[in-house]
Design a protein around this ligand. Structure first.
Ligand SMILES: Cc1cc2nc3c(=O)[nH]c(=O)nc-3n(C[C@H](O)[C@H](O)[C@H](O)COP(=O)(O)OP(=O)(O)OC[C@H]3O[C@@H](n4cnc5c(N)ncnc54)[C@H](O)[C@@H]3O)c2cc1C
Length: 517
């Protein structure tokens, strides 16, 4: 991936004149070019430590060149991109180390413990919560443990419908391997094209088809992790009552407890048919109530998302048509499966949504959404180029608190970003008992856009905790969410996590400063 932008340069969004005119009107166009030619700081690891790494993974897999170190610096949140655009590479690792498999990872962790070297597991690098910006003070150096060589499909069990994957597989690579067996995982976060299997597990990711396939953590039946004090293999059966579920200790552990070296997931037959369509609702509340009705009746489609009035009006999915998308609230529904499954679920959903007052818009909005579903992050770069601050955040709550959460977070963002800012929202994931709200903001960049965003983010995070919601539904904790995470889980929860950390990583070499409050 480009070190200062999302994805690949070929896919970059070029804003059409119509959109540029609207951006100018809303925020005032300001040229905001990225600094080029910045180099990472001096390598802190001395030659004998680098030789130690080389002895474990081989000379070719210990990389210390500027370009590789730059590419493994931080993740892809807007503050990460703003720092990268400003030429700030202070979080660059001293070396990038690429193990070939579980045993080399385990040896690396033992070596790092002995030599007090901090280790940051690196999957796809799409983290948006500071989970790749570990603390380095008190350590002899910091290495990025890049899982890029661990890309095998280790096993397929067609009887149980499970597959065991190595962590370095990116979303499309995993899907391509599974497609060879007629299977799919069905996990499509917006970062799908670049994020990895290990990253999905380590952050408890949730994809756009979560209504049909479930969150990533719900797909995982077993996993193996190398920790500094030994290997943990968990998940001996589809379900059990053998004490607390230790899979859940590793899922969402963000590289702070161990490095996930294989993941066994539940898989499904690749869908023979897919069909996406749009619905219009008179209000966000009416559309949300319809989603709740479907979820509680057990009638969810594979994909369901609902934009609020502002997001519907702005129509971010299609840069060529920004600002031109009509009234009310747009809902996208999608169906995947056999032709019979698609037809029957679509008929059931259509009956319920029509009864509740939804207006069917046909296939066009659905197809447009499906076509552009991985493209929106490129729009952020185009807007950053023109001096617009763009960022997202997400949360989740129970249905009975949805309205308050929406109002409070929106008010917090609007008042802290000031007049002229845009705050957009959609319901991104739906459950029987509640849903996730995903906010996108845009504002004119001030002199210090990172501080500007941090103020807004803190206000929104306070509002989430005050409303009894979670600080994150699927982006994870990283470093950015740690203070609010501590408030969410309470003092005893914090002590439990610290105790686990002390047991699995007594020297604290794994992702220092990430996750654990
Ligand atoms: C544009 C954009 C869109 C996004 N959309 C979504 C979305 O729709 N849904 C969603 O859930 N998230 C989304 N994200 C967030 C991000 O893609 C997810 O958190 C993803 O799961 C991270 O995977 P990764 O492979 O890139 O992990 P990385 O960014 O490499 O790492 C994330 C964290 O996990 C740790 N880690 C990585 N691999 C391992 C491993 N094998 N063992 C232990 N620890 C490990 C890292 O140290 C880090 O702390 C989005 C991000 C961006 C930039």
């Amino acid at each position: 991936m480009h070190p200062q932008r999302w994805g690949t340069p070929d896919a970059a969004t070029v804003l059409p004149d119509s959109a540029l005119g609207l951006v100018d009107l809303a925020f005032g166009l300001q040229d905001s070019p990225a600094v080029t030619g910045a180099t990472p700081p001096r390598i802190a690891l001395d030659e004998s430590l680098l030789d130690g790494l080389r002895a474990i993974v081989g000379d070719a897999h210990v990389l210390v060149d500027d370009a590789t170190r730059t590419l493994r610096t931080r993740g892809k949140s807007t503050p990460d991109l703003l720092r990268a655009r400003a030429g700030d590479l202070t979080d660059a690792p001293d070396a990038v180390v690429r193990p070939s498999g579980h045993d080399e990872v385990a040896t690396l962790l033992a070596w790092a413990t002995e030599h007090r070297v901090a280790v940051v597991p690196f999957g796809g690098g799409t983290c948006v919560t500071g989970g790749l910006a570990a603390r380095r003070d008190g350590f002899a150096g910091l290495v990025s443990l890049d899982l890029v060589r661990m890309k095998r499909l280790l096993d397929v069990d067609m009887v149980s419908m499970t597959a065991t994957l190595e962590p370095g597989l990116r979303g499309p690579e995993a899907e391509a391997l599974l497609a060879g067996h007629g299977l799919t995982l069905g996990h499509y976060p917006q970062s799908f094209e670049h994020a990895s299997i290990g990253g999905f597990a380590a952050t408890r990711s949730s994809g756009q088809s979560s209504a049909g396939y479930g969150r990533f953590d719900a797909m995982v039946v077993a996993l193996t992790a190398a920790t500094p004090t030994g290997t943990m293999t968990v998940g001996s059966s589809p379900a059990n009552a053998a004490g607390p579920d230790l899979r859940q200790l590793l899922l969402g552990s963000e590289g702070a407890f161990g490095v996930i070296t294989s993941v066994t997931v539940r898989v499904r037959r690749a869908p023979a048919e897919t069909s996406y369509e749009g619905w219009r609702w008179p209000s966000f509340a009416a559309g949300s109530d319809a989603m709740r009705t479907l979820a509680q009746a057990g009638l969810l489609p594979t994909v369901i998302r609902l934009s609020d009035e502002s997001e519907t009006a702005i129509n971010l999915a299609d840069p060529a048509a920004i600002g031109g998308s009509g009234d009310g609230c747009l809902m996208i529904t999608g169906y995947e499966g056999t032709a019979a499954q698609v037809a029957s679920r679509r008929a059931e959903v259509t009956t319920v949504l029509t009864e509740l007052g939804g207006v069917p818009l046909g296939a066009e909005p659905g197809e447009k959404w499906s076509h552009g579903r991985f493209g929106a992050p490129y729009l952020r770069d185009a807007l950053l180029d023109h001096g617009v601050l763009v960022e997202t955040l997400e949360t989740a709550t129970f249905w009975s608190r949805r309205e308050r959460l929406y109002a409070d977070v929106k008010a917090a963002l609007t008042s802290s970003l000031g007049e002229g800012s845009l705050v957009l929202c959609h319901v991104s994931h739906v459950y029987e008992t509640g849903c996730s709200l995903y906010f996108t903001v845009a504002a004119r960049q001030g002199d210090d856009p990172i501080a500007q965003w941090q103020v807004a983010k803190a206000a929104a995070s306070d509002a989430m905790i005050a409303a009894g919601a979670t600080i994150t539904h699927h982006h994870a904790v990283g470093t950015d969410h740690r203070p609010w995470f501590a408030r969410e889980i309470g003092e005893v929860g914090v002590r439990v996590l610290r105790a686990v950390k002390a047991e699995l990583d007594p020297a604290g070499i794994l992702n220092p400063g990430v996750l654990i409050p």
